[in-house]
Design a protein around this ligand. Structure first.
Ligand code: HEC
Length: 278
């Protein structure tokens, strides 16, 4: 019971501060302009990355629980090799995230995203150096880490990636290449690691970061829908407003976006972001 509620508790405490700050920044920006002040309002990169990490956490959990967990029983496949031409399948959650990270890297926004672990299925996801040290400390206190990478000069934030849904645990425990087969719900399985070149960002820069993330999700989603298009007509789910919990359905991007917004933002924070982002 205690373990399952940990991800929810974590994000509630991490994001409330950031959301309050954004409300302050948006609410005070017009006054600053009116008075002709040249001062640019800024938030720390650590705060900006905390809000991005929350959006990512919600997107990732929704995809794992609402799509992978529900569409698999409907006969839809999710595969490590989903990007291969001869494989018709959706991405695994980690590969969904990698797709988004690749799109962010290809954008103009100098933001980087990586998902690593100390017991990875995929060797290249093993944390090394400073990130490995910080992750060890995170395992002890479950808190996010914010530090400067002395090698790249980037400002790095690491957030626990928790087993928030049953499929996280069962798939990793049973995977042929797993190096740990006793993951349990609520465990820290890895960390999403974000890097940005400066220590603070303006509100415009923050919104550009959020847009780059959301555009990445939109691109990966359209790639997934492209995979479904290749299925024979009698296998193909209906794409629209309905979710696979109801049967052979997959939400279109608008329906996905709606659910992410409802879960991630809610209230004032959501309506502020909605005005300014995708
Ligand atoms: C259907 C199988 C499957 C599900 C469900 C799944 N994963 Fe994974 N996960 C994988 C595979 C396979 C990789 C390695 C992919 C790669 O990088 O090539 C991976 C990678 C990862 C990594 C990076 C380290 C590593 O193991 O390589 C983390 C952390 C992770 N997953 C956590 C999670 C969490 C948390 C969830 C649930 C929200 C989840 N996974 C759901 C199969 C799965």
């Amino acid at each position: 019971m205690n373990r399952i509620s940990r991800p929810v508790r974590f994000w509630t405490f991490s994001v409330i501060g950031g959301a309050a700050l954004l409300v302050y920044l948006f609410a005070t920006a017009p006054a600053a302009l009116d008075s002709g002040a040249v001062e640019r309002k800024t938030i720390s990169t650590a705060e900006a990355l905390t809000m991005l990490a929350h959006e990512n956490d919600v997107t990732r959990t929704l995809f794992t629980k609402g799509i992978v967990g529900k569409a698999k029983p409907q006969g839809l496949a999710f595969d490590e090799d989903w990007a291969d031409e001869d494989v018709i399948a959706g991405p695994l959650p980690a590969l969904f995230l990698r797709g988004v990270a690749d799109e962010i890297s290809a954008s103009d926004v100098p933001l980087r995203l990586f998902l690593g672990s100390d017991f990875p299925i995929e060797q290249s996801n093993q944390f090394e150096g400073r990130q490995a040290e910080e992750f060890k400390a995170m395992r002890r206190d479950t808190l996010p880490r914010h530090f400067m990478d002395e090698v790249t000069g980037e400002h790095v934030s690491m957030f626990p990636d928790m087993a928030s849904a049953g499929p996280c645990v069962s798939c990793h425990n049973e995977h042929a290449r797993t190096r740990k087969s006793d993951w349990a719900l609520g465990d820290i399985m890895g960390a999403t690691t974000w890097a940005y070149p400066s220590d603070s960002v303006t509100t415009d820069e923050f919104l550009a970061m959020m847009n780059a993330y959301r555009e990445g999700v939109a691109v990966v989603w359209s790639q997934y829908l492209g995979e479904l298009d290749q299925l024979d007509a009698d296998q193909r789910p209906e794409v629209g407003a309905t979710w696979p919990s109801e049967g052979r359905f997959i939400p279109d991007h608008a329906a996905l976006r709606d659910s992410i917004d409802r879960l991630a933002n809610g209230g004032l924070f959501g309506s502020l972001l909605e005005k300014a982002t995708l």
